[in-house]
Structure formats: C-alpha cells, structure tokens
Write a protein that binds this ligand. Sequence first.
Ligand code: AKB
Length: 339
Amino acid sequence: MRKKITLITGANGEVGHGLINALSEQADSDEIVVLDIRVLDKPMRSKVYEVKVGDILDMQMLETLTNEYEIDTIFHLAALLSTHAEFNPEQAHRVNVQGTINLLRIALEQSRLREKPVKFIYPSSIAVYGLPDLNTKAAARPVKEGEYNTPITMYGMNKLYCEHLGRYYSRHYHQLATTREAYMVDFRCVRFPGLISAITVPTGGTSDFAPEMLHAAASGKPYACFVREDTRIPFMAMPDAVQALLDLADAPVERLSQLVYNVTSFSPTAAELRDLTASAFSGAKITFAPHLQRQGIVDTWPAEVDDTAAKADWGWSPGYDLHHAFEDYLIPTIRQRYQ
Ligand code: AKB
C-alpha cells in the first residue's frame, strides 16, 4: 500500500512555510511531502516527511511521485508572481499554466486510481481583476468573483485561466469520451489579496510594497514606496491566508456552491500603512516614489473584494482586522525578528 500524503508545491515560498507550520501542528507531519525548485529551508525540514527538489514542469518526476505515494490533497502554491512574470511572460506562462495543468493531471490520475477525488487547493489572486480606470475603481462596490475579470498582467491571466482549468478538471474532463470519468478532481480556489507576513519578505509581487515598507522600517532601512499614497488594495495577514487554505480544504464539499472564492481582511491606503508603520517604528524613513508601470498594475486591482460567498459557504472569517494585524501580529513578531 502506498503512503497517503498531502503534497505542497512551492513549499519554500512564504505561504508554503506558514502552511507547513500549521499542517505539521495540526496533523501528523509524517504525511506532508513538499516540492520546490529550491531545497526547503533547514528549519522547516524536520516538519515534513519528504522534501523533493524539482520542477513542476518535469512530468516524469511528478509521475514518479504519484507512483510512490497516494496523494490525498494537493496545495499547489508554486507560481511566478505578477512583477516577476512581467519580466519573463513566457516563462511565467509555462510555470503558472503548464505547471498547474501538470498537477491537475496528476490529481486526476490519482483520483481514478484511488476511486476518490483528490482535493486540489489552489491560491488565485486579486490579480485576476482588471478595472479599466481609477474612476471605476473608486466608484466600484466590493468586487464579486465574476466581475471585472479582465486582467492586464500575465500572472493575472494565468491565474484566471487556471481557475477555469480547475473547473474543467473537476467537472468537464474528456466530456466527449464514451465513458465518463467517474472520479474527477475536487478543485477549490481562494483568491488572495496582497499578503503581509511578519516573518518573510516576499519577492516578485506587486503588492509587495506593504510588507517591504514594514520590514524596511523594522530593520532601520529607508524605504521608497513604489505606489502613490492614495493607492488602496485589499490585504491580509499571513496567518489568516494559511487559515483560509486550511478552512477551504476542510469544508464539506456539499457546502461549496462555487469553486472560486474571494477572501479579504482589510483595505488600507499606502498612506495608512505608512502611518501605522511609522507609529510603531519611530525612526522609519518612508517616502513615496511611484513606479509608473507597477502603479499601473495596482490601479487595475480592486480597492475591495466581496467575500460574502466564502463567509456563507465555509465560514470564512479573518482573525485580524487592520489594527489587530499590526498590534497583535505584525509589529511584535517583526520586532522580534530584527532584534
Ligand atoms: C502579487 O503581487 O503578484 C501577489 C498577488 C497580489 O497575487 N502578491
């Protein structure tokens, strides 16, 4: 009998670390297998059963993995984020889209083999939205999942398309074949806002101005914020992002009325973030030097998203509002990190 596992791709990223910590506390860490292009950071290694170093584009390696284990759940976190993706759009497409198809394919094969759908938990992003101009952004009500799905970035397009692929692999795969697939993939997706971790500084995203500002102030470095002071997009503290993944994975399938869910916590302006940061770190030197193109990307993302469906279907409820995120999580943890 093959060992039953939870697979985490992109495990060495900041969501991956948070997820490994949470899963290893919650369940038997003997069941977590992680895959990343880089070797898993040392402090994390004792928390998982096996560390695989490899590329999600390597189908042979993925097939070996499925021969070795019974994969029960996949958290597919590996992706090239929005800023990185604009520097190499074709590579981003390969990693973000082909990589996701490869994992969906593996999930489908496993579902057939064990005669039970594999849960496929997929983090999408507010980057799937593309509001046409600032007036529309200012006037818009919190944006629902089906609105403004006209992203302008390669990353946003990749994420939106992969949401559709998830629907295909869970409901319509090979629909013209003579025998219908008995077991498809149990695809579940959260659209994350910008994420702020007290422990790691992200790279390659366009919402990175918030965590960058905080970490710079905490480590005594000046920071020139690459968006205007009035820029407003939704954010979430990292523990809530990890909780959203776990809660969605745990939700009874019959409670889920849709495959893709917005989740959100708070929507401060960049100036509000600066004020909160400066009041915690009195020596903070934060200036604003907007980068035209990165600003252009953030201006197409909504100021607020509507997460009513997540609240109703699987009880989504963020633990931190803006002030509690700063007072109870970000500031104390960051202070400790840079002490
Ligand atoms: C990015 O900025 O690319 C990500 C995201 C909003 O998905 N943090």
